[in-house]
Design a protein around this ligand. Structure first.
Ligand SMILES: Cc1ncc(COP(=O)(O)O)c(C=O)c1O
Length: 426
């Protein structure tokens, strides 16, 4: 006779119930995992699951969870000083600004430290307006720049983000982001906008993601960013690169603008900068920095000593562990392995990316976006122990964004699960 074993309460379900009772309902979660700790590429849940994390907290934990250099820097700083804000100077804030300026493209040397990507974008809009004394901003359809009002007004990756939230910031113009082969056409579309709709003399900035992130992991043609740079120079418009998702070695370069040697006037950074600590930055040229004066902008928590200590450790670790090179190498290996994937699942219509920022796009037989297959692949992968995120306006793209530090055996394990999931959903 088999003995009855009481499975006990479903601990994860109990936590989810508590979540539903008091955590705001606006969060859209990628999984119902309830995680209590994480290490490297592994998430450990309250109900004992060990899940490989190919989502990195939405492109944040580039060094893996609990990287010893970051954890050590955070612990040491917690014992020294948690907070003073602008009531004093603090050492980690100065060190973080120096470290960011040291790795930023040449000429970007003035660092405004803040807490989130959206705040970095807000700072960029404000500085661009202040420095140019112009009001308007051009952004791209498919772009994602955050949820606060300025950033949200630039965001155009899903209409849902705007629904019921208006009115948004005036003076924002959207043009199409280029698809492969369409770099010059996309720059020409901006020129047409400037000829037909908004006078260039009213445009403060063009804000662009060097690779489209939330909008579907689209790598623009090589001529796109240099073409935008030339257009901006012709019209005295500032070029703002939103590297919130692409920065810090994710794409196989320290910053994605380096793939085309494009030098923006302003860069927005967050996510990978803190490897999980909330820290972000808006980096500008010294000339632009001269446009604002003490009190023009600020934040209570921006430049927090603990978050800045993490940022310094992250930048040092990327260099020490040669993670830029590793991201490029592993990314190439995945793209090579992916050549066989369309045979596993004919709805996989495109595999693209740079470094370890890779997107798998799915389309139906008629060529329409196929969020159903994406949902199926993600569910099958999760069941087998791999967390994958989606993106794209229609959620028709699976993203592959493992930690840059992932051991190759674990990367292979994850890719084995992905391949099995592709086949299972064919
Ligand atoms: C390119 C880009 N910019 C800005 C943001 C907003 O960052 P945050 O969510 O930290 O405000 C994101 C977030 O996904 C992003 O991907």
């Amino acid at each position: 006779m088999t003995k009855f074993v009481d499975p006990g309460p479903d601990v994860a379900a109990l936590w989810r119930e508590r979540d539903a009772a008091h955590v705001a309902g606006c969060y859209s979660r990628y999984s119902d995992l309830v995680v209590e700790r994480a290490q490297g590429a592994h998430l450990h849940t309250v109900d004992g699951r060990d899940v490989l994390d190919f989502g990195c907290g939405i492109g944040v934990t580039n060094l893996g969870h609990g990287h010893p250099a970051v954890v050590e820097a955070v612990h040491a700083q917690v014992d020294r000083l948690l907070h003073t804000s602008v009531t004093t100077h603090s050492l980690p804030m100065i060190e973080a600004a120096e470290a960011i300026a040291a790795v930023a493209p040449e000429g970007l040397e003035s660092v405004f430290l803040c807490n989130s990507g959206a705040e970095a974008v807000e700072a960029a809009i404000k500085l661009a307006r202040k420095a140019t004394r112009r009001s308007d901003v051009i952004a791209f359809l498919g772009g994602f720049h955050g949820r606060t009002y300025g950033a949200l007004s630039l965001t155009a990756s899903k209409a849902k983000y705007h629904a019921g939230m208006g009115p948004l910031l005036p003076g924002i113009h959207h043009v199409p982001y280029p698809r492969p082969g369409g770099g010059e056409a996309a720059v020409a579309a901006v020129e047409r906008l400037l000829a037909s709709t908004v006078d260039p003399g009213d445009v403060a900035a063009v804000v662009v993601e060097p690779i489209l992130g939330e909008g579907g992991y689209v790598v623009p043609p090589a001529g796109f960013l240099p073409g935008l740079r030339r257009l901006c120079d012709r019209h005295g418009i500032l070029l703002v690169a939103d590297e919130v998702q692409t920065g810090f070695a994710r794409t196989g370069r320290f910053f994605a603008v380096e793939h085309t040697d494009t030098r923006p006037d302003i860069m927005c950074l967050a996510k990978g900068l803190g490897n999980g600590m909330p820290v972000a930055a808006m980096v500008a040229t010294a000339r632009l920095n001269a446009a604002w004066h003490p009190g023009d902008h600020g934040t209570t928590y921006g430049g927090n000593p603990v978050a800045c200590a993490a940022a310094v450790a992250v930048i040092r670790t990327i260099r020490d562990e040669r993670l830029v090179e590793r991201s490029a190498r592993l990314g190439d290996a995945i793209l090579e392995r992916a050549r066989s994937w369309p045979a596993l699942n004919p709805r996989l219509s495109d595999v693209r990316g740079l470094g370890l920022m890779i997107g798998l796009e799915f389309t139906s037989d008629g060529g329409a976006p196929d969020p159903g297959t994406v949902a199926g692949v993600r569910a099958a992968a999760l069941e087998a122990g791999l967390l994958l995120l989606s993106c794209g306006g229609d959620d028709s793209v699976v993203r592959v964004i493992p930690p840059l530090t992932i051991p190759e055996t674990e990367l292979d394990q994850g890719l084995d699960i992905l391949e099995a999931s592709l086949a299972a959903c064919a």
